[in-house]
Write a protein that binds this ligand. Structure first.
Ligand SMILES: Cc1ncc(COP(=O)(O)O)c(C=O)c1O
Length: 342
């Protein structure tokens, strides 16, 4: 039985081409700057995003941490979304490691608007912390994308106030595909950008932090301090090159599968799909009259379909490489059957 793992796109396996590239990668000690494959990935990532430089890091969390830390001072205030990944799922590095205060914007759509930035700005007063950074996210963790025009307005607002902007683009390529724009256009709306080579792009490990040459030099030093200096990690960068250059070209397939699966689920009795959160490879839905959610999840698992338990009554499914259009009827049928049995 083919296991269909819809818990996240972080479960993707490296492709056969990646495995071959990993086996054949030319590597060196990256702390000496000697790993040609990492150097190539950093060079290409910077070019792809239209930035001066890039740094290969172990995760999206590390990219965000270094992006914030390398553009702030201890005691600074950072403006970011109340449900942004940085504030909710990165173990408080903003406070503990970057030693910054978070000023959260709590909009129902999780977007940040120029007026939010304007209102959050503090007067130049000795009682108040200096605000130095805005963190944007695109795609958002709620499965929607932020329009390019809004990103541009936010960036203009932040720069007019003398702030830098960091973009958590863990799924930057998904956002660009959904918006029909080049990733460069989104990267132009930030001073630093993190994007993940793992997740939907299928690399086994790794994210890129891109920005100015100076900022990346600071981030490289900060990465070393937290034990993130890499040695022969060109094996991972070899997979990263394929992720960035080739797997990014097929994400529309995951988005189409998410929409098609959502349509199948919506047609079922007792399933309510959040139709306004279907921009990328995620589907959010509720089940009405379900007595036992954990039994429902367990019953699906017995049928080879893996999903996470509901978060506040909301289930999330994520499509990715390995979940094909031909698998969708089986997923919908299993959800229908298991829901009825509970
Ligand atoms: C929006 C967003 N930012 C950052 C991250 C962190 O990435 P990682 O799990 O590689 O640390 C994630 C992970 O899912 C994410 O969804």
């Amino acid at each position: 039985m083919k296991i269909l793992d819809l818990r996240s796109d972080t479960v993707t396996q490296p492709t056969p081409q990646m495995r071959e590239a990993i086996a054949n990668a030319v590597v060196g000690d990256d702390v000496y700057g000697d790993d040609p494959t990492i150097n190539e990935l950093e060079h290409q990532a910077a070019q792809r995003l239209g930035k001066e430089a890039a740094l290969f890091v172990s995760s999206g969390t590390m990219g965000n941490l270094l992006g914030v830390q390398s553009q702030t001072q201890r005691g600074d205030e950072v403006i970011l979304g109340a449900r942004s990944h940085i504030i909710t799922h990165e173990v408080g590095h903003l406070a503990q490691i970057c030693q910054c205060m978070g000023r959260t914007i709590d909009n129902a759509d999780d977007r940040i608007y120029p007026e939010d930035i304007r209102k959050a700005l503090r007067p130049d007063d000795i009682h108040e912390p200096p605000t130095t950074l805005v963190c944007l996210e695109n795609a958002l963790s709620n499965g929607t994308v932020v329009p390019l025009a809004l990103m541009q307005q936010d960036y203009a607002e932040a720069k007019a106030a003398g702030l830098n902007v960091h973009l958590d683009g863990a799924r930057l390529f998904n956002a660009a595909v959904a918006l029909g724009v080049d990733v460069k256009a989104l990267a132009d709306c930030a001073d630093s950008v993190t994007f993940c080579l793992s997740k939907g792009l299928c690399a086994p490990v790794g994210s890129m932090l891109c920005g100015s040459r100076d900022m990346i030099a600071r981030a490289r030093r900060n990465r070393k301090r937290i034990g993130g200096g890499l040695r022969q990690a060109g094996f991972l960068a070899a997979a990263g090159l394929i992720a960035m250059n080739e797997m990014s070209l097929r994400l529309d397939e995951d988005h189409a599968n998410a929409k098609a699966l959502a349509q199948k689920l919506e047609a079922l009795e007792g399933v309510e799909v959040a139709q306004d959160q279907l921009d990328i490879n995620m589907i959010f839905f509720r089940l009405t009259n379900l007595a036992d959610s954990s039994r429902f999840v367990k019953a699906l698992k017995e049928q080879g379909i893996l999903i996470n338990d509901a978060d506040h009554g909301i289930y999330r499914l994520v499509t990715h490489w390995g979940i094909e259009a031909a698998d969708l009827p089986r997923i919908a049928a299993a959800i229908e059957r298991c829901r009825k049995e509970m």
